[in-house]
Design a protein around this ligand. Structure first.
Ligand SMILES: C[S@@+](CC[C@H](N)C(=O)[O-])C[C@H]1O[C@@H](n2cnc3c(N)ncnc32)[C@H](O)[C@@H]1O
Length: 191
């Protein structure tokens, strides 16, 4: 982690510790004054999953986000030569330590993921979006976000089926976002 990020996080940790001590001493501040932060353990556990690495362009963005958040990225890809290229680029960017490259069919690899995934970028072949959504659903952390690409371009039947499927899931709030080739952004918040 970058020194400046670590220093700022340390300031938060001191403040959170002070809040804890106040609470233990019976001092109750109103919520508007409390930081209400997720805390170090949860922050460290931010888990990002990318379905469809290709040559690793989106991987670099996600790995940078993982580094910033103190989390980790798992990225899945069928083609070994693409993984080799993406790994090389992640090394050149100084991000390789934050990325776990997994080679194979994402649909079966998802089953081996631990629970508690916080963010998913869905960007593999479009006919796999619905089966991957079904596979990933039981692994999501409360509040998890799924971003699915290519809703407008190429769009079509597969995109429409994905939007229907994701919007039909109980406790899933899902909206289209006209960014790039069209995103569907979904938040899973089971009660
Ligand atoms: C649109 S590209 C991903 C682009 C990448 N996310 C980016 O923005 O740089 C889709 C990738 O998904 C991979 N893919 C397709 N089906 C897959 C599967 N079942 N498991 C893993 N990867 C798959 C393809 O080989 C291809 O490289």
């Amino acid at each position: 982690m970058d020194d400046r990020v670590a220093q700022v996080l340390e300031l938060y940790h001191e403040r959170l510790q002070a809040e804890r001590e106040e609470r233990n001493a019976g001092i109750h501040r109103p919520n508007s004054e409390r930081f209400l932060a997720v805390g170090r353990r949860t922050g460290q556990l931010i888990s990002i999953l990318e379905l469809g690495t290709s040559y690793g362009y989106s991987t670099i963005w996600l790995a940078e986000a993982a580094r910033t958040a103190g989390g980790r990225l798992v990225t899945m890809e069928l083609e070994p030569h693409k993984i080799a290229y993406a790994r090389d680029m992640a090394e050149r960017a100084g991000l390789a330590d934050y990325v776990d490259f997994r080679h194979g069919d994402a649909l079966s690899l998802i089953g081996r993921m631990d629970d508690g995934i916080d963010f998913v970028l869905m960007d593999l072949w479009k006919d796999l979006y619905v089966p991957c959504l079904e596979a990933v659903l039981p692994k999501l952390a409360p509040g998890a976000i799924i971003v699915a690409d290519n809703m407008r371009v190429p769009g079509g039947e597969d995109a429409r089926k994905y939007q229907q499927a994701v919007r039909a899931i109980p406790h899933m709030l899902s909206v289209p976002l006209p960014v790039g080739t069209g995103l569907e952004v979904s938040r899973y918040l089971p009660v």
